[in-house]
Design a binder for this molecule. Structure first.
Ligand SMILES: [Cu+2]
Length: 489
């Protein structure tokens, strides 16, 4: 007997105790249950299946439909939830597996009984046709495109075991990118700021790959200073983690980071890893988007990186000029992607009535950026991870380094602004600087641009924080969703 088998038996041994208690309560089927439990230890149980490996399976309506669409089928039949230790974990596992496969494999989970022991008709038929024993374990039937049963798993199984039967049909791609760092200059409300750029822009070019792709990124340093590279939010392998820590590319040199597998899916960032406080303030950052294999499709998608800069020009005592604060509290200028926000130049997001729009937001700055949208939006992801309970909100404060994916619906024609402000939560400045600041309320500063209409409901201002706050940057429109009628395409 091999180890895995004895382990399984051990688990079943524990369950037997549970079953015994369960039986004491239900009395009549005690002996039968305990005997059945013993039978589980043996592969003999497979003989109770009415479908045979290597033969065509019997088709119920559900399976027939999927089979006719040319799909392979992974069918899980759950047992009575009261008695099924592995049902929950197999259901979770199947959900994960479904994401790894394209549409050509259908994953179906058919239920155990409800509280009264009843099952839906299809499940009853499936269990009758497939000869399923209702006690104890979920059964998984793996049926190929020809409708031939390839395998029956009783209880848990691994992704590798499934992949041995159905090789994953989407081969991952190798994606290579080149980021060239050069000196540049941007205009911050009339102040010239010396920056470094990736490929000539601030932020650098968006990197977009698919989950599971193999990624390599060459950093070419054509500037006069040292730079590194860091993948913020990505889960890289130990070798690349070491590259992030140890590799510094001298002026005139280049280095290729990677390879690594792009994961997890979500909105991430890349940025310089060398002397970050200065180098991020000088423009070395960009969006790194990893699309999920089962990425939900939206009518439109926008990616915005927020940052904050200082308008104060240093008097030459520093080696760099405007845009690079000596303390982050000097930061009085907001950028969204390459745009410097002045209050009358929001980015227009064109859309049509009925469209669903995803906005990927990231804050690479030093300060918390607050967005308010009176029409309301859904927060679906935080730092690349799905939020289990989608939150409906009117405002959102994005702290430095954080990323959020939000979804807005273009419910009716008009111009719908997102407002931006930088509000220091009470106590944060003191914590950052050790200096006490006079308390102010934000209400006196609030204004709205007359050109844009506001939403129906007045949003609660910055409801994230309690207590005294100080507004560093006044609330102004930063984005406008411009909706034309006529319905989604
Ligand atoms: Cu750098």
């Amino acid at each position: 007997m091999d180890m895995s088998k004895s382990k399984k038996l051990e688990i079943r041994g524990q369950r037997k105790g549970f079953l015994f208690l369960y039986c004491l309560m239900t009395s009549v089927f005690c002996l039968l249950s305990l005997q059945l439990e013993d039978v589980f230890a043996s592969q003999e149980i497979l003989k109770t299946s009415k479908v045979k490996i290597g033969e065509k399976v019997l088709l119920t309506d559900l399976i027939k439909g999927l089979h006719e669409e040319g799909k392979a089928i992974v069918l899980v039949l759950l047992s009575n939830p009261m008695q099924c230790t592995n049902c929950d974990s197999v259901v979770d596992f199947i959900e994960g597996e479904a994401k790894r496969y394209k549409d050509d494999v259908a994953f179906i989970v058919k239920g155990g009984q409800d509280m009264l022991g009843a099952m839906d008709e299809e499940t009853v038929t499936l269990k009758r046709l497939y000869g399923f024993v209702t006690m104890g374990e979920p059964w998984t039937f793996v049926i190929d495109k020809e409708g031939v049963l390839q395998k029956i798993f009783i209880g848990r199984f691994t992704g590798k075991e499934l992949e041995d039967i159905f090789p994953i049909s989407v081969p991952a791609e190798i994606k290579e990118f080149i980021l060239t760092v050069r000196e540049g200059e941007i205009n911050l409300n009339g102040n010239k700021a010396m920056v470094w750029t990736y490929n000539g822009t601030v932020p650098g070019p968006e990197i977009r790959v698919r989950e599971g792709d193999t990624v390599k990124i060459k950093l070419v340093n054509e500037s006069g200073a040292k730079h590194g590279l860091f993948f913020h939010g990505l889960s890289v392998n130990p070798r690349v983690a070491l590259q992030e820590q140890e590799i510094v590319v001298e002026p005139g040199y280049e280095y290729t980071y990677g390879e690594f597998i792009a994961k997890p899916a979500g909105t991430h960032l890349y940025h310089c890893s060398w002397n970050m406080a200065e180098h991020l303030s000088r423009g070395l950052y960009g969006a790194f988007i990893v699309e999920a294999k089962d990425e939900q499709k939206f009518d439109k998608e926008f990616v915005y990186i927020l940052s904050d800069w200082s308008s104060k020009v240093s008097k030459g005592e520093e080696h760099y000029g405007a845009g690079h604060p000596r303390t982050m509290l000097d930061n009085d200028i907001t950028t969204i992607n390459e745009r410097v926000i002045t209050g009358d130049n929001p980015i227009i997001m064109d859309s049509r009535e009925g469209e669903k729009i995803r906005i990927r937001l990231a804050n690479i700055g030093h300060l918390p950026h607050t967005l308010r949208f009176p029409g309301g939006f859904l927060i679906t992801h935080e730092d690349g991870y799905i939020i289990s309970v989608t939150q409906e909100r009117e405002s959102l404060t994005i702290y430095p380094g954080k990323r959020y994916d939000i979804v807005v619906t273009a419910t009716k024609p008009g111009r719908w602004p997102f407002y931006h402000s930088i509000v220091m939560p009470g106590g944060m400045e003191e914590r950052l600087t050790g200096v006490e600041f006079p308390e102010k309320t934000h209400e006196g500063h609030r204004h709205e641009s007359p050109e844009v209409s506001t939403g129906d409901s007045p949003g609660k201002f910055n409801d994230d924080h309690e207590g005294h706050t100080r507004e560093l940057v006044k609330e102004v429109p930063i984005l406008v969703m411009s909706v034309t009628g006529g319905g989604a395409k």
